[in-house]
Design a binder for this molecule. Structure first.
Ligand SMILES: Nc1nc2c(ncn2[C@@H]2O[C@H](COP(=O)(O)OP(=O)(O)O)[C@@H](O)[C@H]2O)c(=O)[nH]1
Ligand SMILES: [Mg+2]
Length: 418
């Protein structure tokens, strides 16, 4: 099955907690701190794999989580690292992270960190100073990064075949490559784009057969323009028109229908090299229709029969010539996705008041809260000191907090004291 969109929630591993422990040796009554740090949580990577052609594997999953780091231990032993996950995706996948374009993995083997594992919490050995020789402080592990990921596959083909259903796109692809697309006499046989590798006189290129464009596709008729994104990266478009006149269809009108849909889809498609192909010239009525087509159009076209193979060689010669010609089209025009970056100024913390409770929010204070082991007096003291240095206390007083007031930070509630 060809799946070219997927949505998955990724969570990197949480860091392991730091350990609180003290040396216990014979004849050393008060040993120093020796609690080790927690291990780092696992990262999640995406890697472009040329053997993958669909996002099918990912479409079964809604969530993927990397392993957490292990806890630190006594005797300065660090916790074990969570271990990374690498998810293989097809080349040509666009990765959207929390709604923004994050990466375009085109090249085989390209690997990218998508969500980062949390840092291991520090054990009490790390908090030892000259003044402070027996700290009862250890941090909890940092939570792993998480993100909503949307993937969109854009096939990487050099040449794209467009045309109405039944024009002969799949037939042509099956003739010039080893691809085996479905071929039939009725519309909508091909429900997925097919990709084939063409070897023409020692030259290799990839061609994709794009199904589903019909009149009105731009407003969602039929499959709509669902598959057109797969021609965004192509260099050459081959527009295939059935000139058999079967069903009383007018080939020139059909040509206009497709042109119209393409134009509405993207203004950049006209910048691609275009080859107009009149197909099915083996059928008797085609001559009459070709004469008519010629009256309307001044552009060059090639007449072929995908079934008998007539002129296919000529078409491929022409295609290769175009492949060698540069395109005047920038990569961002090609994809027509302008990465939107919102730079939001985020203060270290913010204080709001809700039903008498003072809510302190902000990534830094929330992370600190999540990484603090409140059970330990030293840890609590350190926490309070950091908040004080950040100016949280002063700001709370400014906002009118009284002794005994409730403060909420990152899901925890505290009673304000001085
Ligand atoms: N006689 C004749 N029939 C053709 C030719 N090309 C395609 N066909 C037929 O037209 C029908 C539709 O072809 P298909 O490749 O499935 O069209 P697609 O919808 O554009 O992929 C099939 O029955 C083909 O056998 C051709 O050159 N000559
Ligand atoms: Mg087809």
């Amino acid at each position: 099955m060809f799946i070219d969109k997927a949505k998955v929630f990724l969570t990197a591993g949480r860091g392991g907690d730091g350990c609180i422990s003290f040396r216990r040796e014979k004849y050393v009554p008060y040993g120093g701190p020796n609690g080790g740090n927690g291990g780092k949580g696992g990262d999640i990577y995406f890697e472009a794999d040329p053997h993958k052609t669909t996002l099918l594997d990912l479409s079964y999953k809604t969530e993927i989580k990397a392993p957490d780091g292990n806890k630190g231990m006594n005797n300065d032993k660090f916790g074990r690292y969570g271990g990374d996950l690498t998810i293989k995706i097809p080349c040509g996948s666009l990765v959207f992270k929390n709604g923004e374009l994050f990466a375009d993995l085109k090249t085989a083997g390209e690997k990218l960190l998508i969500v980062k594992g949390g840092r291991g919490g520090r054990g009490n050995a790390s908090f030892k100073t000259n003044k402070y020789t027996a700290p009862r402080i250890a941090e909890k592990g940092e939570p792993g990064e998480s993100a909503q990921i949307n993937l969109e596959l854009h096939l990487i083909a050099d040449v794209g075949f467009v045309g109405l259903p039944n024009a002969g796109k799949s037939t042509l692809l099956s003739r010039i490559s080893a691809a085996k697309p479905k071929i039939a006499d009725y519309p909508f046989t091909t429900l997925a784009p097919n990709l084939g590798i063409v070897n023409h006189k020692g030259r290799n290129f990839t061609a994709a057969d794009i199904p589903g464009i019909i009149e009105g596709a731009h407003f969602g008729k039929g499959l709509g323009l669902e598959f057109l994104r797969h021609i965004r990266r192509t260099k050459v478009l081959i527009h295939i028109i059935d000139v058999s006149g079967f069903d009383g269809k007018n080939p020139y009108k059909n040509y206009q229908i497709i042109n119209n849909e393409l134009k509405r889809y993207s203004k950049y498609l006209v910048k691609k090299h275009l080859i107009i192909v009149l197909n099915k010239i083996d059928l008797p009525d085609s001559k009459k229709h070709i004469v008519n087509f010629k009256k309307h159009i001044k552009k060059k076209f090639i007449m072929i029969s995908a079934v008998t193979g007539e002129n296919i060689d000529k078409l491929l010669d022409e295609t290769v010539k175009f492949l060698d010609k540069p395109l005047k089209i920038a990569p961002e025009e090609e994809l027509e996705i302008v990465p939107i970056k919102n730079y939001i100024y985020e203060p270290d913390f913010k204080i709001s008041k809700k039903q008498g409770v003072f809510i302190v929010s902000g990534a830094k204070v929330e992370k600190l809260t999540l990484m603090t082991k409140f059970g330990e007096d030293d840890a609590l003291r350190r926490y309070q000191n950091i908040l004080k240095k950040m100016g949280v206390e002063t700001e709370l007083i400014k906002k009118g907090i009284k002794v005994g007031g409730i403060v909420r930070i990152g899901g925890f509630e505290f009673v304000f004291e001085k």
